[in-house]
Design a binder for this molecule. Structure first.
Ligand code: DGP
Length: 114
């Protein structure tokens, strides 16, 4: 998508503090960090939201979830624990329409979320 900010980050068209990248996935620090570690993990492919995942995307989504614990390990939060969040749609608090998984850790996280 031409006007998608996360597509632009994944293509290197706008800068981000990238912590992991491969041919399918990119992870970068959230600009509005809510925890000492707050990384956004996204597919490079534009998928607007959880609602828009198609059958063909399932392998990619599995791949992301295979990467997340490895990334948590790299970031030093695997043992202490972490939270993975997907905000979907307006009531879910989604503000960027390119599917992304928040990886949060580095402190004790509260529950329930607001
Ligand atoms: P959500 O509300 O779930 O759609 O989360 C979007 C997150 O994306 C939010 O925490 C702020 C972050 N964000 C928005 N624009 C940028 C950007 O240009 N760069 C980075 N690194 N993060 C961004």
């Amino acid at each position: 998508m031409n006007d998608c900010i996360f597509c632009k980050i994944s293509k290197g068209e706008i800068p981000a503090d990238i912590v992991y990248e491969d041919e399918k996935v990119i992870a970068f620090n959230d600009l509005q960090a809510q925890a000492p570690t707050h990384v956004l993990v996204i597919p490079k492919k534009h998928i607007a939201s959880l609602n828009d995942i198609e059958e063909d995307d399932l392998e990619l989504i599995s791949y992301i979830f295979d990467r997340i614990p490895k990334l948590a390990s790299k970031l030093g939060i695997k043992k202490s624990g972490y939270r993975v969040v997907n905000n979907c749609g307006s009531d879910g608090g989604q503000s960027v329409n390119h599917i992304h998984f928040h990886l949060l850790g580095g402190r004790s996280l509260q529950w329930p979320p607001g």
